[in-house]
Design a protein around this ligand. Structure first.
Ligand code: B1M
Length: 231
Protein backbone atom coordinates (compact mmCIF):
# COMPACT_ATOMS: atom_id res chain seq x y z
CA UNK A 1 0.00 0.00 0.00
CA UNK A 2 1.23 3.52 -0.77
CA UNK A 3 2.75 5.18 2.29
CA UNK A 4 0.34 8.12 2.29
CA UNK A 5 -2.69 5.85 2.26
CA UNK A 6 -0.96 3.65 4.83
CA UNK A 7 -0.59 6.77 7.03
CA UNK A 8 -4.37 7.43 6.78
CA UNK A 9 -5.03 3.77 7.64
CA UNK A 10 -2.78 3.94 10.70
CA UNK A 11 -4.21 7.26 11.88
CA UNK A 12 -7.69 5.71 11.96
CA UNK A 13 -6.51 2.51 13.67
CA UNK A 14 -4.66 4.60 16.28
CA UNK A 15 -7.58 7.00 16.72
CA UNK A 16 -5.40 9.98 15.80
CA UNK A 17 -8.38 12.29 15.31
CA UNK A 18 -6.34 15.49 14.88
CA UNK A 19 -4.15 13.94 12.18
CA UNK A 20 -6.61 12.12 9.94
CA UNK A 21 -7.89 15.04 7.85
CA UNK A 22 -4.35 16.34 7.26
CA UNK A 23 -3.20 12.91 6.13
CA UNK A 24 -6.20 12.53 3.82
CA UNK A 25 -5.33 15.95 2.36
CA UNK A 26 -1.68 14.84 1.88
CA UNK A 27 -2.87 11.74 0.02
CA UNK A 28 -5.15 13.84 -2.19
CA UNK A 29 -2.35 16.35 -2.86
CA UNK A 30 -0.09 13.46 -3.85
CA UNK A 31 -2.62 12.54 -6.53
CA UNK A 32 -4.40 9.58 -4.96
CA UNK A 33 -8.00 9.23 -6.00
CA UNK A 34 -10.68 9.69 -3.38
CA UNK A 35 -12.00 6.15 -3.83
CA UNK A 36 -8.62 4.53 -2.97
CA UNK A 37 -8.21 6.72 0.10
CA UNK A 38 -11.72 5.76 1.19
CA UNK A 39 -11.39 2.03 0.49
CA UNK A 40 -7.76 1.29 1.37
CA UNK A 41 -7.37 3.96 4.06
CA UNK A 42 -10.59 4.68 5.95
CA UNK A 43 -12.75 1.61 5.29
CA UNK A 44 -9.90 -0.90 5.58
CA UNK A 45 -8.89 0.63 8.92
CA UNK A 46 -12.44 0.43 10.27
CA UNK A 47 -12.58 -3.21 9.14
CA UNK A 48 -9.37 -3.90 11.05
CA UNK A 49 -10.48 -2.13 14.24
CA UNK A 50 -13.80 -4.01 14.01
CA UNK A 51 -11.90 -7.29 13.76
CA UNK A 52 -9.75 -6.36 16.77
CA UNK A 53 -12.94 -5.58 18.70
CA UNK A 54 -14.45 -8.97 17.81
CA UNK A 55 -11.38 -10.87 19.03
CA UNK A 56 -11.06 -8.79 22.20
CA UNK A 57 -7.99 -6.78 21.20
CA UNK A 58 -9.88 -3.47 21.10
CA UNK A 59 -12.72 -2.13 23.24
CA UNK A 60 -15.60 0.33 22.88
CA UNK A 61 -13.48 3.49 23.58
CA UNK A 62 -10.92 2.50 20.92
CA UNK A 63 -13.70 1.82 18.41
CA UNK A 64 -15.28 5.18 19.20
CA UNK A 65 -12.13 7.20 18.65
CA UNK A 66 -11.26 5.26 15.51
CA UNK A 67 -14.76 5.91 14.20
CA UNK A 68 -14.41 9.62 15.06
CA UNK A 69 -11.07 9.74 13.22
CA UNK A 70 -12.66 8.04 10.24
CA UNK A 71 -15.44 10.65 10.29
CA UNK A 72 -12.94 13.55 10.21
CA UNK A 73 -11.25 11.98 7.19
CA UNK A 74 -14.58 11.26 5.52
CA UNK A 75 -15.75 14.86 5.92
CA UNK A 76 -12.71 16.08 4.00
CA UNK A 77 -13.07 13.35 1.40
CA UNK A 78 -16.82 13.72 0.83
CA UNK A 79 -16.75 16.50 -1.84
CA UNK A 80 -14.05 14.58 -3.73
CA UNK A 81 -16.12 11.38 -3.59
CA UNK A 82 -19.14 13.26 -4.91
CA UNK A 83 -17.02 14.77 -7.70
CA UNK A 84 -15.67 11.31 -8.59
CA UNK A 85 -19.22 9.88 -8.50
CA UNK A 86 -18.29 7.31 -5.85
CA UNK A 87 -21.56 5.91 -4.54
CA UNK A 88 -22.08 4.47 -1.06
CA UNK A 89 -22.59 0.68 -1.04
CA UNK A 90 -26.06 1.12 0.40
CA UNK A 91 -28.23 3.33 2.58
CA UNK A 92 -29.12 2.66 6.21
CA UNK A 93 -31.75 4.36 8.35
CA UNK A 94 -30.87 3.83 12.01
CA UNK A 95 -32.41 4.74 15.36
CA UNK A 96 -32.99 3.67 18.94
CA UNK A 97 -36.60 2.58 19.26
CA UNK A 98 -39.42 4.54 20.88
CA UNK A 99 -39.18 4.86 24.67
CA UNK A 100 -35.44 4.21 24.73
CA UNK A 101 -32.87 6.99 25.11
CA UNK A 102 -29.68 4.91 25.03
CA UNK A 103 -27.56 5.96 22.07
CA UNK A 104 -23.94 4.91 22.60
CA UNK A 105 -24.28 1.47 21.00
CA UNK A 106 -26.55 2.79 18.25
CA UNK A 107 -24.01 5.50 17.40
CA UNK A 108 -21.28 2.90 17.26
CA UNK A 109 -23.32 0.73 14.90
CA UNK A 110 -23.97 3.79 12.70
CA UNK A 111 -20.28 4.69 12.64
CA UNK A 112 -19.21 1.14 11.79
CA UNK A 113 -21.78 1.01 9.00
CA UNK A 114 -20.45 4.32 7.70
CA UNK A 115 -16.94 2.94 8.02
CA UNK A 116 -18.02 -0.05 5.94
CA UNK A 117 -19.12 2.27 3.13
CA UNK A 118 -22.82 2.85 3.81
CA UNK A 119 -24.63 6.16 3.81
CA UNK A 120 -26.18 6.39 7.27
CA UNK A 121 -29.25 8.41 8.16
CA UNK A 122 -29.45 8.61 11.95
CA UNK A 123 -32.89 9.36 13.37
CA UNK A 124 -31.55 9.54 16.93
CA UNK A 125 -33.26 8.07 19.99
CA UNK A 126 -36.86 7.48 21.04
CA UNK A 127 -37.79 6.92 17.39
CA UNK A 128 -41.48 6.24 16.85
CA UNK A 129 -42.51 3.61 14.28
CA UNK A 130 -44.29 6.37 12.33
CA UNK A 131 -41.02 8.31 12.08
CA UNK A 132 -39.31 5.20 10.71
CA UNK A 133 -41.99 4.80 8.03
CA UNK A 134 -41.63 8.48 7.07
CA UNK A 135 -37.84 8.07 6.85
CA UNK A 136 -38.22 4.93 4.72
CA UNK A 137 -40.52 6.75 2.30
CA UNK A 138 -38.20 9.73 2.18
CA UNK A 139 -34.77 8.05 1.99
CA UNK A 140 -35.55 4.63 0.43
CA UNK A 141 -32.94 2.77 2.52
CA UNK A 142 -31.65 -0.76 1.86
CA UNK A 143 -31.57 -1.39 5.59
CA UNK A 144 -33.48 -0.19 8.64
CA UNK A 145 -31.41 -0.72 11.80
CA UNK A 146 -33.10 -0.56 15.20
CA UNK A 147 -31.41 -0.58 18.57
CA UNK A 148 -33.03 -1.46 21.92
CA UNK A 149 -31.51 -1.64 25.40
CA UNK A 150 -34.67 -1.73 27.48
CA UNK A 151 -36.80 -4.83 27.81
CA UNK A 152 -39.76 -2.57 28.64
CA UNK A 153 -39.74 -0.82 25.26
CA UNK A 154 -38.15 -3.36 22.91
CA UNK A 155 -41.68 -4.46 21.87
CA UNK A 156 -41.86 -1.24 19.88
CA UNK A 157 -39.50 -2.87 17.39
CA UNK A 158 -42.17 -5.48 16.68
CA UNK A 159 -44.75 -2.70 16.28
CA UNK A 160 -42.41 -0.95 13.85
CA UNK A 161 -41.97 -4.09 11.74
CA UNK A 162 -45.72 -4.71 11.68
CA UNK A 163 -46.31 -1.10 10.61
CA UNK A 164 -43.68 -1.41 7.87
CA UNK A 165 -45.52 -4.49 6.57
CA UNK A 166 -48.87 -2.74 6.73
CA UNK A 167 -47.47 0.30 4.94
CA UNK A 168 -46.13 -2.00 2.19
CA UNK A 169 -42.51 -0.86 2.60
CA UNK A 170 -41.00 -3.90 4.31
CA UNK A 171 -40.43 -5.99 1.14
CA UNK A 172 -38.00 -3.46 -0.29
CA UNK A 173 -35.58 -3.46 2.63
CA UNK A 174 -33.98 -5.55 5.36
CA UNK A 175 -34.57 -4.91 9.03
CA UNK A 176 -31.68 -5.38 11.43
CA UNK A 177 -32.03 -5.28 15.20
CA UNK A 178 -29.64 -5.32 18.13
CA UNK A 179 -28.82 -3.92 21.56
CA UNK A 180 -28.42 -5.62 24.94
CA UNK A 181 -32.14 -6.31 25.27
CA UNK A 182 -32.28 -8.20 21.98
CA UNK A 183 -31.43 -11.83 21.19
CA UNK A 184 -31.39 -13.83 17.97
CA UNK A 185 -34.54 -15.66 19.13
CA UNK A 186 -36.34 -12.39 19.73
CA UNK A 187 -35.21 -11.01 16.38
CA UNK A 188 -36.57 -14.12 14.63
CA UNK A 189 -39.81 -13.94 16.63
CA UNK A 190 -40.56 -10.37 15.58
CA UNK A 191 -39.72 -10.99 11.92
CA UNK A 192 -36.44 -9.06 11.72
CA UNK A 193 -34.11 -10.11 8.90
CA UNK A 194 -30.92 -9.85 10.90
CA UNK A 195 -29.47 -9.62 14.39
CA UNK A 196 -25.95 -9.09 15.61
CA UNK A 197 -24.40 -8.81 19.02
CA UNK A 198 -22.08 -5.92 18.34
CA UNK A 199 -21.43 -2.99 16.05
CA UNK A 200 -18.67 -4.59 14.08
CA UNK A 201 -20.71 -7.69 13.29
CA UNK A 202 -23.69 -5.50 12.41
CA UNK A 203 -21.60 -3.74 9.76
CA UNK A 204 -20.21 -7.01 8.35
CA UNK A 205 -23.66 -8.61 8.25
CA UNK A 206 -25.12 -5.57 6.50
CA UNK A 207 -22.32 -5.60 3.95
CA UNK A 208 -22.16 -9.34 3.29
CA UNK A 209 -25.82 -10.26 3.30
CA UNK A 210 -27.95 -7.27 2.54
CA UNK A 211 -26.13 -5.19 0.01
CA UNK A 212 -24.94 -7.76 -2.47
CA UNK A 213 -27.56 -6.60 -4.94
CA UNK A 214 -26.43 -2.99 -4.82
CA UNK A 215 -24.73 -2.07 -8.08
CA UNK A 216 -21.02 -1.29 -7.74
CA UNK A 217 -20.13 2.38 -8.16
CA UNK A 218 -19.68 3.54 -11.76
CA UNK A 219 -15.97 4.11 -11.16
CA UNK A 220 -15.65 0.46 -10.06
CA UNK A 221 -17.52 -0.78 -13.13
CA UNK A 222 -15.14 1.23 -15.34
CA UNK A 223 -12.17 -0.28 -13.54
CA UNK A 224 -13.54 -3.82 -13.96
CA UNK A 225 -14.22 -3.15 -17.64
CA UNK A 226 -10.62 -2.06 -18.31
CA UNK A 227 -9.31 -4.95 -16.23
CA UNK A 228 -11.22 -7.45 -18.41
CA UNK A 229 -10.04 -5.76 -21.61
CA UNK A 230 -6.40 -5.63 -20.58
CA UNK A 231 -6.29 -9.10 -19.01
CO1 B1M B 1 -29.49 2.60 31.14
N1 B1M B 1 -30.07 0.75 31.39
N2 B1M B 1 -31.23 3.23 31.79
N3 B1M B 1 -28.74 4.36 30.97
N4 B1M B 1 -27.84 1.76 30.87
C1 B1M B 1 -29.15 -0.28 30.94
C2 B1M B 1 -29.42 -0.68 29.51
C3 B1M B 1 -29.47 -1.45 31.97
C4 B1M B 1 -29.16 -2.86 31.44
C5 B1M B 1 -28.74 -1.17 33.32
C6 B1M B 1 -29.05 -2.20 34.35
O1 B1M B 1 -30.06 -2.16 34.99
N5 B1M B 1 -28.16 -3.16 34.55
C7 B1M B 1 -31.00 -1.21 32.25
C8 B1M B 1 -31.96 -1.93 31.33
C9 B1M B 1 -32.61 -3.10 32.03
C10 B1M B 1 -33.58 -3.76 31.15
O2 B1M B 1 -34.38 -3.18 30.48
N6 B1M B 1 -33.51 -5.09 31.16
C11 B1M B 1 -31.09 0.30 32.12
C12 B1M B 1 -32.12 1.09 32.65
C13 B1M B 1 -33.16 0.36 33.50
C14 B1M B 1 -32.20 2.48 32.47
C15 B1M B 1 -33.26 3.45 33.00
C16 B1M B 1 -34.71 2.93 32.95
C17 B1M B 1 -32.83 3.81 34.42
C18 B1M B 1 -33.82 4.68 35.18
O3 B1M B 1 -33.99 5.79 34.81
N7 B1M B 1 -34.45 4.05 36.14
C19 B1M B 1 -33.06 4.68 32.10
C20 B1M B 1 -33.91 4.57 30.83
C21 B1M B 1 -33.98 5.85 30.09
C22 B1M B 1 -34.61 5.61 28.74
O4 B1M B 1 -33.96 5.14 27.85
N8 B1M B 1 -35.91 5.91 28.61
C23 B1M B 1 -31.62 4.54 31.75
C24 B1M B 1 -30.80 5.63 31.45
C25 B1M B 1 -29.47 5.54 31.16
C26 B1M B 1 -28.54 6.73 30.99
C27 B1M B 1 -29.21 7.95 30.34
C28 B1M B 1 -28.06 7.13 32.35
C29 B1M B 1 -27.33 6.10 30.19
C30 B1M B 1 -27.50 6.23 28.65
C31 B1M B 1 -26.60 7.28 28.06
C32 B1M B 1 -26.63 7.23 26.57
O5 B1M B 1 -26.85 6.21 25.94
N9 B1M B 1 -26.41 8.38 25.99
C33 B1M B 1 -27.48 4.64 30.55
C34 B1M B 1 -26.45 3.69 30.40
C35 B1M B 1 -25.09 4.23 30.00
C36 B1M B 1 -26.65 2.31 30.59
C37 B1M B 1 -25.60 1.17 30.58
C38 B1M B 1 -24.83 1.30 31.89
C39 B1M B 1 -24.61 1.15 29.44
C40 B1M B 1 -25.24 1.18 28.05
C41 B1M B 1 -24.16 1.45 27.03
O6 B1M B 1 -24.05 2.54 26.50
N10 B1M B 1 -23.30 0.43 26.77
C42 B1M B 1 -26.53 -0.12 30.53
C43 B1M B 1 -25.97 -1.29 31.29
C44 B1M B 1 -25.14 -2.15 30.40
O7 B1M B 1 -25.43 -2.34 29.22
N11 B1M B 1 -24.10 -2.71 30.96
C45 B1M B 1 -27.85 0.43 30.91
C46 B1M B 1 -22.18 0.57 25.84
C47 B1M B 1 -22.69 0.33 24.41
C48 B1M B 1 -21.52 0.39 23.43
O8 B1M B 1 -23.26 -0.95 24.37
O9 B1M B 1 -25.56 -0.05 23.79
O10 B1M B 1 -25.23 -2.49 24.37
P1 B1M B 1 -24.71 -1.24 23.76
O11 B1M B 1 -24.40 -1.52 22.24
C49 B1M B 1 -23.65 -2.65 21.86
C50 B1M B 1 -24.48 -3.87 21.46
O12 B1M B 1 -25.66 -3.99 22.20
C51 B1M B 1 -24.67 -3.69 19.99
O13 B1M B 1 -23.51 -2.99 19.56
C52 B1M B 1 -22.91 -2.27 20.63
C53 B1M B 1 -21.46 -2.70 20.81
O14 B1M B 1 -20.76 -2.88 19.71
N12 B1M B 1 -25.83 -2.98 19.47
C54 B1M B 1 -26.33 -3.35 18.26
C55 B1M B 1 -26.49 -1.92 19.90
N13 B1M B 1 -27.44 -1.59 19.05
C56 B1M B 1 -27.36 -2.44 18.01
C57 B1M B 1 -28.10 -2.52 16.82
C58 B1M B 1 -27.75 -3.53 15.91
C59 B1M B 1 -26.74 -4.43 16.18
C60 B1M B 1 -25.99 -4.35 17.34
O15 B1M B 1 -28.38 -3.71 14.74
C61 B1M B 1 -29.27 -2.72 14.30
Amino acid sequence: MDQRIQAVYEAVINGAMADTSGLVQDALDAGHDANSILKDGLIAAMGEIGHKFEIGEAYVPEMLISAKSMKFGLELLRPHLVAADVQPIGRVVIGTIKGDLHDIGKNLVGMMMEGAGFEVIDLGVDVKPEELIDAINKHKPNIVAMSALLTTTMGNMKTAITMMEEAGVKDNLKVMVGGTAVTQDYATEIGADGFSVDASQAASLAKKKYCKDVKPPRIELTRRFFYLILK
